[in-house]
Write a new protein. Structure first.
Ligand code: SAM
Length: 217
């Protein structure tokens, strides 16, 4: 997949992390080729207050701020080192509507409510016992009429799932735990969210599942 939007996202990421260490910048600029960010961006409601759970180095919030797509953004992230990169990126770019909070547990997630909540490629990194509570915490932060964009790596086809397992073992040094897509949809239902879009997507050898949810007014 290499369309104009993918190239434009890659260019924006490169600009966002110009001051970051080169291996990190290189990996970040390769990400749009294996992760369908363009599909995520398509689903972002106009000028919302955004919460990005497991925001990593702030790539998505940075993209949204650079494109003037959100009114404000809060990143919630477990890893203080990646959070440092996110803060540096926001400061370097003059994005003073972005802030970043460190935490791991559902009760530490900022209360909101938010017009946009995102959880992108996070759940498979969370321990099995904490997956449901973190997902529900995210869902409960969605304001009435607001949107929750969830994307994660898929368990099927198996060969793609194993390539991603290897990827995460090498890059994140972590054994990951996939959550079946049907289970995530059950949790969304339990949290009172309505499914607006549910789709499987493939980028090279990486299989993804995208879920766009809304809290009815
Ligand atoms: C693969 S990265 C994705 C980062 C970002 N969402 C993106 O798409 O660029 C997964 C991130 O989730 C974070 N994470 C995992 N468990 C978490 C938790 N319980 N609370 C907050 N962040 C968590 C990890 O530290 C990591 O930065």
């Amino acid at each position: 997949m290499c369309n104009g939007e993918v190239i434009s996202i890659r260019r924006d990421i490169d600009a966002l992390f110009r001051g970051a260490p080169w291996p990190l910048r290189a990996l970040a600029t390769l990400r749009p080729f294996i992760c369908p960010f363009e599909e995520v961006l398509k689903e972002v409601p106009a000028r919302a207050s955004a919460l990005d759970i497991g925001c990593g180095q702030g790539l998505l919030l940075g993209l949204l701020a650079r494109r003037h797509m959100i009114a404000s953004g809060v990143g919630f992230e477990a890893n203080p080192l990646t959070l440092g990169i996110a803060r540096q990126m926001a400061q370097g770019q003059g994005f003073n509507t972005l802030s970043f909070i460190q935490g791991t547990t559902p009760d530490q997630v900022p209360q909101g409510p938010f017009g946009l909540v995102m959880m992108i490629d996070v759940l498979h990194h969370v321990s099995v016992k904490d997956q449901k509570s973190l997902f529900l915490a995210a869902a409960l932060r969605v304001a009435k009429g607001g949107r929750f964009i969830y994307k994660d790596m898929a368990m099927r086809p198996l060969w793609c799932a194993w390539i991603n397992r290897l990827h995460d073992l090498i890059l994140a040094r972590q054994i990951i735990h996939y959550v079946p897509f049907e289970i995530v949809q059950l949790w969304a239902h339990e949290a009172g969210l309505k499914v607006m879009r549910s789709e499987s997507l493939r980028r090279l050898a990486y299989a993804h599942e995208l879920l766009v949810l809304e809290r009815p007014l």
